[in-house]
Design a protein around this ligand. Structure first.
Ligand code: PLP
Length: 356
């Protein structure tokens, strides 16, 4: 049997995804930058309260959009709810990019940027973080002179964990009014840095957020994006009618109403991050400064053995070899202090010649 249907060249050129997402239940999940303790009790209660009728009904967005907009301090006309931050990225590319466009990326960065860029058939212009994971401001300013259609940046960046200072983002925005900037703040709860208020100053800025990380709702898939009303109304033209589900909406709003739980979690993560980085420093492991709930480290040639030994002990870390073209780089999601102590204990046993 042979498929005789014509397939677009962009689809043929895609590589099958190899996301190691299966069989993670019950393990210490330090591999996908999720919340490692679970969503808030308030979110869980809100989902449990859903009625059979609510679940049988297509979701309504007007009221939830209004309530969430109020919480974020924006107008409903500046907010779009999406199926995860991934849904926001896909929607942005779909709305603003065609095969004649150029998309600017700084590698290594969140893998889905390249994924959606490739699917769109657009030209990809990519620059590199340097070996110290510094953002290449000079090269970016030069690339912006050509006014790429779209510039996707994660702040803090995944997988490096590094933060681009707001002053640099402002310089770039000022220099390229014809480029649409997407500042993906998936880890804003941890960095506590945002350019969200700037959507009132820059019509070419979209800020993306997610409820998958600090809020612990990754399994429900909710993201959102903020932009000026003109951009939001363009996005509304290409929006699927029911991309966001009812359970995600009620859980997200319950999370926002009880935001103290997210704040406490983010605080715990900051303390635990410093606990882990101090231990890694003692062990002489190279790492990079992080403003997020993960740490990029370089275990060198010890990495593959270390990852598989930790996996046997029920601890999952994320190999980032594919980002750097050599083994060694590993991204470690930060969990609570007890979870980090467990990791440190095992690392002490496994790292060649190290004692805790
Ligand atoms: C920078 C960045 N943006 C977006 C996402 C996707 O988030 P979501 O689960 O909301 O699709 C991730 C997930 O790892 C991420 O690291």
């Amino acid at each position: 049997m042979r498929l005789r249907v014509l397939v677009p060249v962009t689809t043929c050129n895609m590589r099958p995804a190899h996301t190691p997402i299966e069989g993670r239940a019950g393990k210490l999940r330090l591999d996908f930058n999720e919340n490692t303790v679970g969503c808030s009790a308030a979110a869980l209660r809100a989902i449990r309260k859903l009625t059979a009728e609510q679940i049988a009904t297509y979701p309504e967005y007007l009221t939830p959009t209004g309530k969430m907009a109020r919480w974020f301090g924006v107008k409903p006309a500046e907010l779009t709810l999406t199926n995860g931050a991934d849904g926001a990225l896909q929607h942005i590319v779909y709305t603003f990019v065609d095969s004649q466009s150029t998309i600017l990326l700084i590698d290594p960065t969140f893998v889905m940027y390249r994924f959606y860029a490739q699917l769109s058939g657009a030209k990809i212009a990519s620059l590199q973080y340097d070996t110290e994971m510094k953002f290449p401001v000079g090269a970016v300013m030069k690339a912006l002179r050509k006014s790429p259609r779209l510039f996707l940046i994660a702040n803090p960046n995944n997988p490096t964990g590094t933060l681009i200072p707001a002053a640099i983002i402002r310089r770039m925005l000022d220099a390229a009014p014809r480029t649409l900037f997407v500042v993906d703040e998936a880890y804003a709860e941890f960095s506590r840095v945002t350019v969200l208020p700037w959507i009132r100053r820059y019509p070419n800025l979209i800020v993306v957020r997610t409820f998958s990380k600090g809020a612990g709702l990754a399994g429900l898939r909710l993201g959102c994006m903020f932009a000026c009303p003109e951009v939001t109304s363009l996005l509304a033209k290409t929006r699927e009618p029911f991309a966001v589900n009812t359970a995600a909406l009620v859980a997200a709003y319950a999370t926002l109403r009880n935001y103290g739980a997210v704040r406490r979690y983010a605080k715990e993560i900051t303390v635990a991050r410093s606990l882990l980085s101090k231990a890694l420093q003692r062990y002489g492991v190279k790492m990079f400064p992080s403003a997020a709930n993960f740490l990029l480290v370089d275990f060198g040639t010890a990495a593959p053995g270390l990852l598989s030994e930790l996996k046997k002990r029920g601890i999952l870390l994320r190999d980032r070899t594919s980002d750097f073209g050599r083994v060694g780089y590993v991204r470690i999601t930060i969990g609570t202090q007890p979870q980090m102590r467990r990791l440190v204990r095992d690392l002490a046993r496994l790292l060649p010649g190290k004692k805790s």
